[in-house]
Design a protein around this ligand. Structure first.
Ligand SMILES: N[C@@H](CCC(=O)N[C@@H](CS)C(=O)NCC(=O)O)C(=O)O
Length: 217
């Protein structure tokens, strides 16, 4: 069954791989599942046809036969459930890997998204200078905790899993700010994720779709 995902026609990051389609491409590359991509313009994302797939008018979406999914976490989970390689077989290890997927998206990513909002969406607001240090402090607090848990381990809980895929993807959003480099074990963890051949394939796959386009935030 053909898998089709959606991605920005004009990615705001101009090809840095930070748009969430890269997470889905990475998961598909890890399990060796072929897919095709439908690029969607900002206007088309709000059209009824796309809203039928994604009620919030966003990317990515995932279609496979009769199945249509939205929400990156759900899509990566679906891929991990259907293929070997992203979730361990042992039930407890599997439950812990799924816990890390939620932790990445629900606990670590929210303050990182606040930074993006404070810098870009609210970059011209009078409260920016006051708000930025507060947001950065919240991120550092989370990273300290994550860094302490990771310690010297290669991955968060044994072998690489969908939890690591999402956690590395979330931390990659901090590269432009440099904050992640203040935590050497997290920086090395992110580098290990980026060095995976499947990540490289996902990054290379999104590049022609997004590169060379102006950054709008
Ligand atoms: N929680 C959603 C967030 C999706 C999301 O924010 N997508 C961004 C691209 S990375 C988007 O479509 N932004 C355009 C918009 O919201 O109009 C997920 O994880 O899939």
């Amino acid at each position: 069954m053909t898998i089709t995902i959606t991605a920005f026609e004009r990615s705001p990051d101009g090809g840095k791989g930070l748009a969430r389609d890269t997470r889905v491409r990475w998961a598909l590359a890890e399990v060796g599942a072929p897919y095709q991509v439908r690029l969607v313009s900002s206007a088309a994302m709000k059209d009824p046809a796309h809203l039928a797939l994604h009620p919030f008018g966003q990317i990515p979406t995932y279609e496979e036969g009769e199945l249509a999914l939205f929400e990156t976490g759900s899509i990566v989970f679906h891929i991990a459930e259907r293929h070997r390689g992203l979730l361990p077989d042992d039930p407890h290890a599997r439950a812990r890997a799924i816990t890390w997927m939620f932790a990445a998206l629900n606990t670590v990513e929210p303050p990182i998204l606040e930074l993006v909002i404070a810098k870009i969406a609210e970059g011209d607001k009078p409260w920016r200078a006051e708000r930025l240090p507060l947001v950065e402090a919240r991120i550092r607090g989370r990273l300290e905790q994550l860094s302490a848990r990771l310690g010297d381990a290669e991955w968060l809980d044994g072998a690489f899993s969908a939890g690591d895929l999402l956690m590395v993807s979330v931390l990659l959003r901090l590269k432009p700010s440099g904050i992640v480099y203040d935590f050497p074990n997290l920086a090395a963890y992110v580098a290990r994720g980026e060095a995976r051949p499947a990540y490289q394939r996902a990054f290379d796959a999104q590049l022609p779709d997004h590169a060379g386009r102006p950054s709008t935030g």
